[in-house]
Structures are given as structure tokens and as C-alpha cells.
Design a protein around this ligand. Structure first.
Ligand code: IYR
Length: 223
């Protein structure tokens, strides 16, 4: 039997008034609503300590049975970035020349994307997120639970921490992306989940003119 050990929860904000709470939550919404995915990065360096804190924040995410089934590989080495770009572009070339359906290509028109991925070299950091399908210890394989949900939540928190730092990112999923395991020499139990260039926006960077769904469109209240 595992030992059950509980400690007191240290509550946050128990002394806030409703007014204060509403102000905080609406300010936070306005702040998060300014986040955009970018494809144009400045090559200005970002301190490793900033990236470390962003990853620490992602590591506070909840996970199935608290297994924390994630691994964040932060790459700033130009030779590794260049190899990642080369192999990602090889896959993306195939995607844009036959592997993606006409409907998919049509849906991507507003983003003006193609198989070229210069941001994979221009951004000062690439954070490659791996999910751990299972863990391995001295006794052998150990099960992880709700791995996609857990890693998805952690990446959401990573994105939010990147925005909080005044940096920008792109959630990029070259497909297939097994090449990332080889380039970064990841163990057999880790599978690539997302590739995220992180840095400052390029000067005069542009983003597509997208609209977000309203709360009425995304929420249903019962009671
Ligand atoms: N992976 C390709 C295509 C692509 C797919 C989706 I879904 C996007 O939201 C954007 C792009 C690429 O990165 O170009």
C-alpha cells in the first residue's frame, strides 16, 4: 500500500472581494486575448533562465495520476535547429504536394503557409515537447495515464507562460515528426508531441486577421 500523506492547501486569493476578482479575471482575459501565434521571429537571443522558468511553469500542470508524462527539449544550438528545419521542410514539402487534402489546403489559405519553415532557424529557441507513453525504471515499464490530455494541458500552460514573458511562439506540428526523436536522441518511451519556436516577434511582424468565437458561441450555462 502507498503511504497517504496530505498537507494543508495554501489558498490563493481568499481575501479578494468579488469586485477585485472580476477585475483580475477580466484583466487576465484582455491580456490573454492579445496572444497570437507568430511565424515571423527576430533572431534576438532570449536568456536560458527565461526559458527555464517557462518550462518550470508548464511543469506545474495537472497530470493523470501525477505521472508528469512530459519532457521539454529546449534547443538553441544552430546546428541542431538547422537539422530540424531541414527534416521538417522535407516532410512539409510532401504534405503541401499531395499528402494534405484540398479541403485542408483551402482551410490554410488565410495563414499563407507553405513548406518553407525559416522560423525553425530564426527563432532563438525551439522547445520540442515529448509525451511519455510510459515510464521506465529499474523494474521495467510503468504505466502513464491520460497522456495526451496531460501533455496538452502542460503545453497550454507553456504557451501562457511564454506570453507572460512578452515572448511569442508557434504551435507547430510537422507531420510525421519522428525525426525529432532521432535528432534529439530521445528514449523509446518518448514520442514527439509539438515543436514550438519561441522568441521575440520580428520587427513589423504580421498576423492573419482572425476573429475569436464569442462567449455565447463557446459556452452553455445550465442554471
Ligand atoms: N503543418 C503544416 C500545415 C499546417 C496545418 C495546420 I492544422 C495549421 O493550423 C497550420 C499549418 C505547416 O506547418 O505548414
Amino acid at each position: 500500500m502507498a503511504v497517504k500523506k496530505f498537507i494543508p492547501y495554501a489558498p490563493v486569493g481568499s481575501d479578494w472581494s468579488d469586485k477585485e476578482r472580476l477585475k483580475r479575471v477580466s484583466d487576465h482575459f484582455e491580456f490573454m486575448n492579445r496572444r497570437r501565434s507568430l511565424r515571423e521571429f527576430s533572431s534576438e537571443p532570449v536568456d536560458r533562465s527565461i526559458i527555464e522558468y517557462i518550462i518550470r511553469t508548464a511543469g506545474t500542470a495537472p497530470s493523470g495520476a501525477h505521472k508528469q508524462p512530459w519532457s521539454f527539449c529546449a534547443v538553441s544550438d544552430p546546428a541542431i535547429k538547422s537539422e530540424i528545419r531541414k527534416q521538417a521542410e522535407e516532410e512539409e514539402y510532401e504534405n503541401y504536394h499531395g499528402r494534405m487534402s484540398d479541403e485542408w489546403l483551402h482551410d490554410l489559405e488565410v495563414f499563407d503557409t507553405d513548406w518553407h519553415k525559416p522560423f525553425l532557424e530564426e527563432a532563438p529557441w525551439l522547445i520540442v515537447i515529448f509525451k511519455k507513453a510510459y515510464d521506465i525504471d529499474k523494474e521495467g515499464k510503468k504505466k502513464n495515464y491520460y497522456v495526451n490530455e496531460s501533455v496538452g494541458i502542460a503545453v497550454g500552460m507553456l504557451i501562457s507562460a511564454i506570453h507572460h514573458a512578452g515572448l511569442v511562439a508557434l504551435t507547430h506540428t510537422p507531420s510525421p515528426m519522428n525525426f525529432l526523436s532521432d535528432i534529439l536522441s530521445r528514449p523509446e518511451n518518448e514520442r514527439p508531441f509539438l515543436l514550438m519556436p519561441v522568441g521575440y516577434p520580428a520587427q513589423n511582424a504580421q498576423v492573419p486577421d482572425l476573429k475569436r468565437k464569442s462567449v455565447e458561441e463557446i459556452a452553455q450555462f445550465y442554471g
